[in-house]
Write a protein that binds this ligand. Structure first.
Ligand SMILES: [Zn+2]
Length: 388
């Protein structure tokens, strides 16, 4: 995935004065670059709209070469030659953010990584259908909304918009479609019905649980065994479950929570089912690339596979792609350690492209260590790239 466009001199300019991505001077840090200087020189992989401009842009005097490339597939644990299910077309689903707060630099890493892949696929002339969802119905959203005395959906809508601002700063191209959970309840309910009809789920008091014992391949993506599952370690085991590792497809409504009507009573979906339902809605049951941060391998993507296969036996993903973690001063980034940085905080100090350059400077599957020294270095490198 890290293979970048080789013919940067042919790419359209990075920024033009009319570009929606153009950032006026942000002041604070050593941003001595002028608007003219920014417009002068493109950086590989940063062009604004390759899909349109690539029509006019050719490498040298010929066609874009038919370059083969490999992707590391988390499922097979090895690099595989990329070959889409339909020649010339790629379906790609990347798990989006849960919109309840500003996005942090871990999110920036995910979406910059997949933006590079998206741009590269387009450079290779693939027609890419890139789907990235927003989780706008979730426990964290409800908790935060209650704290702020705000409607949960309006809170998540607000942070979806803030996320778009961050992505524009980082020059990540918009996906083809950005589905939200609240707009796809009927597809989610239909998929849960299908899983129940196929005998892979059960209902308890208005909740619906997926029965992992009905899916023998459970654990294949993550390499975990069912007995390794740590259900109950951090949260009390629900004695109503057939297996402690069974997970919720539908949660019955609790007082004060937003809910939707369903055949099992009012409630809302569990987290994992949304991606199975929305990816199937936009890309079909079988598509090429499903990706996200490495922290999603288990349980999120493992559960997605189980649900999707239980709903439709033809469900099949060509390549499972995951990017590595971000650490801060070599420690895990977390709010409790006080070393947690939002994208907005970082770009108050450094130009957004310095953050992007920093994130692209390490192989996407390796851990990346955020530190002031690293950002200073990226900042300086960016400055020199833009000279003359
Ligand atoms: Zn997902």
């Amino acid at each position: 995935m890290a293979t970048l466009v080789k013919c940067c001199q042919h790419l359209p300019p990075l920024l033009s004065p009319n570009s929606a991505f153009f950032l006026p001077s942000i002041g604070c840090r050593p941003w001595r670059l002028t608007r003219t200087q920014y417009a002068k020189k493109p950086i590989m992989g940063f062009c604004k709209n390759l899909s349109t401009d690539a029509e006019k842009v050719r490498c040298g005097d010929g066609e874009i070469p038919n370059i083969g490339f490999h992707l590391f597939n988390t499922m097979s644990k090895q690099k595989e030659a990329f070959s889409p299910k339909t020649p010339g077309k790629v379906g790609m689903y990347v798990c989006g953010v849960t919109a309840y707060d500003f996005s942090h630099i871990g999110h920036a890493r995910v979406y910059v990584s997949f933006d590079v892949l998206y741009r590269y696929l387009q450079h290779l002339k693939y027609e890419v259908n890139y789907v990235r969802n927003f989780t706008d119905v979730d426990d964290k959203i409800i908790t935060r909304a209650n704290e702020l005395r705000e409607d949960p959906l309006s809170l998540s809508k607000r942070f979806c918009e803030e996320f778009h601002v961050d992505m524009a700063h980082l020059q990540c191209l918009p996906p083809t479609v950005e589905p939200r959970v609240s707009d796809h309840m009927s597809q989610i309910i239909d998929m849960i019905k299908q899983i129940l009809d196929n005998g892979c789920a059960y209902t308890v008091d208005g909740d619906v649980y997926f029965c992992i014992d009905k899916f023998p391949n459970y654990g294949r993506l993550s390499g975990r065994k069912v007995e390794d599952n740590r259900a109950g370690e951090r949260v009390a085991v629900d004695s109503r479950k057939a297996n402690p590792a069974d997970f919720a497809l539908w949660k019955s409504a609790k007082p004060g929570e937003p809910y939707w009507e369903s055949p099992w009573g009012p409630g809302r979906p569990g987290w994992h089912i949304e991606c199975s339902a929305m990816s199937a809605a936009y890309l079909g049951h079988s598509f090429d690339i499903h990706g996200g941060g490495m922290d999603l391998v288990f349980p999120h993507h493992e559960n997605e596979i189980a649900q999707s296969c239980a709903a439709c036996t033809e469900s099949n993903i060509g390549y499972w792609i995951h990017n590595g973690f971000v650490t801060v001063d070599s420690e895990k980034m977390s709010k409790s350690l006080g070393n947690f940085f939002t994208i907005r905080e970082v770009i108050d100090w450094y130009h957004p492209l310095a953050l992007r350059l920093f994130l692209m400077g390490t192989h996407y599957r390796s851990p990346i260590n955020y530190s002031t020294a690293q950002l200073e270095s990226s900042s300086d490198r960016l400055f020199y790239i833009y000279q003359v």
